[in-house]
Design a binder for this molecule. Structure first.
Ligand code: ADP
Ligand code: MG
Length: 672
């Protein structure tokens, strides 16, 4: 047998030719190391069940006999669907569908029996299995079978075979990344063993232990980086600002600040103003959706400008960057402080023009996407960085800024209120301000929770509202995995369905894969009221502000955390009209139902975040890297307790670490 190494190309594996090699490479899997760090997204038991209501919505195995030979038809959007009917041993019938796999037609004939694995779904009275995995041989009821993400169109079965072909051989090459002392102290599984157990867990307990190990590793890494950052901030010194009369700025606002806004602005001012050199500010401003964080941050930018310094405003997405740009432009209209916008779609020419204005000779405000930080080194005179965090958090960008800009004040705004204990961890032990009051006159958004069978009524409701001159959002969860996708769930297909259901009403589709320019056009048309219904994936979660939008419909609502749903709900109710949020879910799980009911009754972001933390753990609030990587979801392995342990371990580690040991953390190159 040829000996394999983690760095070898996947093409060294038997069965990987040009075609499969290209498919893997499209999904970012080039080496054997990449392959074995692509984990199953779940496991299924080998047990076989009858088709019954108890199985709706969960991934199970069934033994089925085809009642007809498959037919192929083409759906709106050009997808080709293979469909046939089958039944179990009790004679219960189910529709089986495969999307874009017409070649399967010749592998299935009437009367064939096989084992099928998939999510049983009930839709308009019928049962469906979408792209189930089909196996001829009887599964072992005691074994855990891996379900891999469909990478580059390769089936889970194919991925399983590829991993099997190299896993054991390369395991000894996997390096341990946690010090032995930490493994011992917290009883964590060694890294190589954890990799093995994530692919082929001998038992459920070992699978959980493996997840826990990786969750710990992520939290430890996060914590070490955060501690480095906070120490650097604390050690750094910068010239303080002199106190400035903010009334020209505040008096020009069309409203007066709430007491909560005033209090937070005072806290920020106290961080920035002083007599002798001060440590740079590291402050998190939390406040429920609509509590008015932007204007507080803008006042801090005003204070900065009146001290001759400049401000960067960073947003997670292009759409939100543009929104902030127009808010800041409006807020600074009557001042002599220029506001610029820099995003991925800014042309080279505009970019150069902006850079010639942002040398630092005169104060300015530069708004842009986070990417701007990465190549924003050319900007001069920056003293304040305002970061708008959305649902999930990461420490990376603030670190970057700290490195490049030296003593830069950092103000983070978060629209997802989180409990203090978690905030302290995520925000590198910074100071926390809370805007705990909404501006006067805010309405409560009526929230309803209905099953998918009520869709026709929901569409009717949309027609009615739009007839009154209002607008609506329809949000669909992002489903990346073909196998799991039922035709009605993805945004594209929802868009088609809505267009049929509301003929004559202008609708538009917005999703993450669109070019920034297209996204901006779609948003602009919606903001202008030309488009009435915006169907989207969660890209609109960002703080888009369209006062005429009064209805927020959320499909498969059970897939979202409560905090995220609350944030989505906050997109409506921004004008004077009564607003509604409709949660659609036919998920039968008890905890999912309870969570959605909770949202109907509760309108307090902090309380919802607490509930999320209690029922789903802190993984919900982390950036993608921390909450799961390549397939496996570590979210439920993350607990507050683990988080405490990891941050304790990080402290001890830093105390004793040699400079060499710290380098990978400082450079951010530690984890692959
Ligand atoms: P968020 O905290 O969700 O980012 P924004 O800063 O976008 O909220 O503010 C939401 C809306 O409320 C904006 O239209 C803003 O102009 C308005 N607003 C902010 N502060 C006040 C206030 N004190 N009184 C009235 N309206 C306010
Ligand atoms: Mg906002």
């Amino acid at each position: 047998m040829v000996s394999l190494s983690l760095e070898d190309s996947v093409k060294n594996l038997k069965g990987v030719g040009e075609k499969i090699g290209a498919a893997l490479s499209r999904a970012g899997i080039k080496t054997i190391g990449d392959l074995i760090f692509c984990f199953p997204r779940s496991f299924r038991s080998g047990r076989i069940y009858p088709l019954s209501a108890e199985r709706y919505g969960s991934y199970c195995g069934f033994y089925l006999t085809a009642l007809s030979s498959p037919g192929v038809f083409t759906m709106a959007g050009g997808r080709r669907v293979l469909r046939y009917k089958a039944c179990d041993e009790n004679g219960t019938a189910v529709h089986i569908m495969y999307i874009n796999q017409p070649y399967l037609k010749h592998q299935i004939a009437k009367g064939d029996s096989a084992y099928y694995f998939g999510i049983l779904q009930e839709k308009s009275g019928g049962l469906y299995l979408f792209s189930p995995e089909k196996r001829a041989e009887a599964p072992d009821p005691e074994k855990l079978y891996p379900v891999y993400p469909t990478v580059g169109g390769l089936s889970s079965k194919r991925m399983e075979k590829l991993v099997e072909a190299c896993l054991v051989q390369v395991l000894p090459q996997i390096k341990e990344t946690l010090p032995q002392g930490i493994l011992d102290r917290f009883g964590l599984m060694p890294r190589a063993r954890a990799v093995f157990c994530l692919h082929a867990p001998p038992t459920n307990e070992l699978l959980e232990e493996a997840k826990k190990r990786f969750a710990f590793e992520e939290l430890f890494d996060f914590s070490v980086k955060a501690t480095i950052f906070s120490r650097r901030q604390q050690k750094g010194r910068t010239e303080p600002f002199h106190r400035v009369d903010l009334s020209p700025f505040l008096d020009a606002l069309p409203f007066s600040l709430t007491d909560a806004q005033k209090k937070v602005l005072d806290e920020i001012t106290a961080d920035l103003v002083g007599e002798s050199p001060i440590p740079p500010m590291n402050r998190l401003v939390q406040g429920d959706v609509g509590s008015g964080k932007t204007v507080v941050a803008a006042a801090a930018a005003y204070l900065t400008a009146k001290n001759g310094k400049s401000t960067l405003v960073m947003a997670p997405t292009e759409i939100l960057a543009r929104q902030h740009f127009s808010s800041f432009q409006r807020l600074f209209q009557g001042t002599d402080i220029p506001v610029f916008c820099l995003t991925g779609s800014t042309s080279k020419k505009e970019r150069d023009a902006i850079f010639s204005e942002t040398t630092g000779e005169k104060p300015y405000i530069l708004v842009g996407t986070h990417a701007l930080v990465e190549d924003g080194a050319t900007c001069g005179g920056v003293a304040l960085a305002i970061t708008d965090e959305q649902h999930r958090f990461g420490v990376r960008h603030r670190n970057l800024l700290g490195e490049k800009g030296g003593a830069v004040h950092s103000l983070v705004m978060s629209a997802t209120p989180i409990p203090r204990s978690l905030a302290m961890f995520l925000y590198a032990k910074g100071k926390i301000s809370i805007i705990d009051q909404l501006p006067p006159g805010r309405q409560v958004i009526d929230t309803l929770y209905v099953g998918e069978d009520k869709l026709p009524r929901v569409y009717g409701f949309l027609r009615e509202r739009i007839g009154l001159g209002q607008q609506a959002y329809v949000v669909c969860p992002l489903i990346e995995d073909e196998e799991e996708k039922s035709p009605l769930q993805s945004a594209t297909e929802e868009y088609e369905a809505i267009r049929k259901a509301v003929p004559g009403i202008p609708c538009a589709l917005l999703h993450g894969k669109m070019k920034p320019k297209e996204k901006n056009e779609v948003m602009a048309a919606f903001q202008a009221g030309e488009t009435k219904i915006l169907v989207s994936t969660t890209v609109i979660e960002v703080g888009v502000d369209v006062p005429r939008a009064t209805v927020m419909v959320i499909r498969s609502a059970e897939r979202f955390g409560l905090s995220q749903l609350h944030q989505l709900r906050g997109r409506v109710g921004r004008g004077t009209e009564k607003s509604y949020c409709v949660l659609i879910s036919s998920h039968s799980g008890k905890s999912a139902r309870e969570r959605l009911k909770k949202l109907c009754d509760c309108h307090d972001g902090f309380e919802l975040a607490k509930y999320d933390l209690k029922t789903r753990g802190p993984g919900e609030f982390f950036g993608t890297r921390q909450s799961g990587f390549a397939g496996i979801d570590l979210g439920n392995a993350m607990t507050m307790e683990l988080l405490k342990e990891a941050s304790e371990a990080a402290e001890t580690f830093i105390e004793a670490a040699t400079p060499e040991e710290m380098i990978p953390f400082e450079r951010g190159t530690r984890l692959n």
